[in-house]
Write a protein that binds this ligand. Structure first.
Ligand SMILES: Cc1ncc(COP(=O)(O)O)c(C=O)c1O
Length: 390
């Protein structure tokens, strides 16, 4: 018998937060598949490239941990220079706090007492946790819960960029909520958030930039409206991998919430970069290693990764090192490879790396990462917040 709170606490306490060191390094080919693997050289280059680009532009990085759900990676991002991290939900944020990450912004609003109390529970032991609000009702709940504990909470007001997902309406609606937050005894207006997820994957740099510039105009006007009314907003948080090199010119976002840049995936690779049809600013560092396990027909070979290994909300996965073949979903555990004109022979027992269609939900299907360098895995990193979507 247990309470729901005790249950959640026990589950959380059991989650590993640190790297698990192997007695002896193991070769990639010795991994049991499907396995989520990270090319460390590429991953580190991605971290370094994003950080040095943003630092040169005077933009802070608050990397989004919804993508990797892994405090080992969050720590590396902070060590590389990130101001802090984002978490999509309170449970994800708790894991990052447990792992010692100081500055954590929860980027989804909360609308019920239980969740707000849970957030305040985390805030009691972790002064750097922050939350977005997009409605007076949630601001009131937060203010009351913080007041009951004698705390003051940093909040970011979330502005709807026209996606209709979360956020208060830009303009007058935002001004009213900002005034409400400023007047609330236990809330402190630390910033605004405007994340235009509807722009991140627009194909073609020019088209993406044109749409993004238009969408963010409302944010620029709203910021001016707040300033005209004597409300100063130190941080404007938002943007992502797809807009990282548009923010400085636009001049609104001073804190980037990018996530995917660390791993990359097929969806992002295909959006196109500033000068090329392929978005190669960041390279793919995340793969799922699969094994060819069956060949029922001569022109087909089956690998052991299906819906349970790859998120299937987008296109099918692709091999890193084999061209001229097509992956067909073969169900929960299988992918059927159509061997049209393979650039190399694929035979039973082969272990092959596949690019993920969409990194965030793919990661959430796995418990561990196997980071490798020179073909060797030295340690295992837990996907500590896997399934923590509450
Ligand atoms: C609120 C928020 N900020 C930032 C990001 C990170 O975006 P990306 O992975 O495109 O860099 C996301 C991703 O969905 C998000 O929901």
């Amino acid at each position: 018998m247990t309470t729901l709170d005790n249950f959640y606490s026990q589950v959380r306490a059991a989650r590993p937060l640190d790297p698990i060191l192997l007695d002896k390094p193991i070769a990639l080919e010795a991994l049991q598949t499907p396995a989520l693997v990270i090319d460390l050289d590429v991953f580190e280059r991605n971290l370094q490239k994003m950080q040095s680009y943003l630092s040169a532009q005077g933009i802070a990085l608050r990397s989004h941990t919804k993508m990797h759900k892994c405090p080992v990676i969050a720590r590396k991002q902070v060590e590389a220079g990130a101001r802090g991290v984002c978490a999509a939900k309170v449970s994800e944020a708790e894991i990052m706090c447990d792992a010692g990450i100081d500055d954590v912004l929860v980027t989804s609003p909360l609308a019920t007492r239980d969740k707000v109390d849970r957030f305040i529970g985390a805030r009691k032991s972790h002064s750097g946790i922050k939350l977005v609000v997009d409605h007076e009702q949630s601001a009131t709940l937060l203010n009351d819960s913080a007041g009951a504990e004698g705390l003051s909470v940093d909040v970011f007001i979330d502005i709807d960029p026209g996606m209709g997902r979360t956020g208060v309406e830009a303009g007058e609606g935002m001004l009213r909520l900002a005034e409400f937050v400023c007047a609330a005894e236990h809330l402190k207006l630390a910033g605004i958030q405007m994340y235009a997820g509807n722009c991140m994957h627009i194909e073609g740099f020019q088209d993406r930039q044109a749409k993004y510039t238009k969408v963010m105009q409302k944010g620029i006007e709203t910021l001016a409206l707040l300033q005209d009314n004597g409300i100063e907003v130190p941080i404007v948080s938002g943007g992502g991998t797809g807009t990282y090199n548009m923010e400085a010119e636009l001049g609104l976002i001073n804190e980037l919430q990018a996530g995917s840049y660390a791993f990359m995936d097929i969806e992002y690779r295909d959006i196109g970069g500033r000068d090329s049809g392929v978005f190669s600013d960041f390279e793919v560092s995340l793969f799922v290693l699969v094994t060819a396990i069956s060949q029922p027909q001569s022109r087909l070979i089956t690998v052991d990764g299906g819906f349970k290994s790859f998120a299937s909300d987008k296109m099918p996965p692709q091999f890193r090192d084999v061209e001229g073949v097509i992956y067909h979903w073969g169900g929960d555990e299988h992918g059927i490879i159509q061997l049209d004109n393979p650039s190399r022979e694929v035979v039973l027992g082969d272990k092959l790396a596949m690019l993920t269609p969409h990194c965030d939900p793919t990661v959430n299907l796995h418990d561990f990462y196997f980071p490798y360098r020179d073909g060797l895995v030295h340690e295992i990193w837990p996907v500590s917040a896997r399934g923590f979507a509450f």
